[in-house]
Design a binder for this molecule. Sequence first.
Ligand code: AMP
Ligand code: ZN
Ligand code: FE
Ligand code: FE
Length: 287
Amino acid sequence: MFADLHLHTNFSDGTYTPEELVMHGQRHGLAALALTDHDTVEGCERMAAACATVKIEFISGTELTAEHGGHELHLLGYCVDIKNQTFLAEVAKFQIVRQNRIREMVARLNELDVPLQADTVFAIANCRSPGRPHVARALVQGGFCANLDEAFERFLKVHRPAWVPKFKMSATDAIALIHQAGGVAVMAHPGLNRTDDIIPEMVAAGLDGIECFHSKHSTATSEHYLEIADQYGLLVTGGSDCHGMNKGKPLIGSIKLPYQHVEKLKEKAAARRAELAASAGTMRAAH
Ligand code: AMP
Ligand code: ZN
Ligand code: FE
Ligand code: FE
């Protein structure tokens, strides 16, 4: 039994609906799937329902964009309570940040004589967590760029003329936010962010796991992070980071995480929820 614990839908910058993604998961014979859209959990209900119909286990999740000491890092939050009000209120703030950033990027494009409109980008994104890939799609659809790569190269990559820095939540706050929603906090694709030096600080802040297997990790990179997981007693996770048809071939199926890691993840989440319930009980008793 295998799992893919890093997947995106059109509730952020993926191209598949939750139902389409589950269909692909089924085709690849995956036993468990987690949805990890950027700064949102909106797609989880539909994905859970789609998984239930084909008897695939569903793990709720999100991928929070965060920063620590000037480094950007992504934190996966697994098994979060998708109705947790504190969590929803906090991610809503970062969705507004994303929406305002789209307006700023469009304004920069307009200054560069690219007459794109923010509403065009929002219509393409059709979600609360829009990002640069949606601007790129709008640039291609409007005939301003030949393809998505050109859109990033010319305009959207870091320090390119339409790039706008993003205000991010602190990684320690992100971990706490995931924890208070009953979730498990995992550092995403450490091999891409090159954040090894901050791992000890993240562990001190309560990091629960590390994504050792990722479609952009080489075998050597995965082995390196398996050693780090072992050294710090962190959970091991893995996923394809499939964004659908964005970049040619869909990545789902490229990572097959052995199910034993899902079991450990669920044990951790169950322990966290028991802890939260116990402390809520203590608080009630004190009143
Ligand atoms: P954002 O969250 O708005 O900063 O956008 C980040 C997303 O843009 C990530 O999901 C990446 O997959 C995508 N992305 C970043 N850089 C590039 C690039 N050079 N070419 C294509 N996609 C990119
Ligand atoms: Zn993405
Ligand atoms: Fe990421
Ligand atoms: Fe991702």
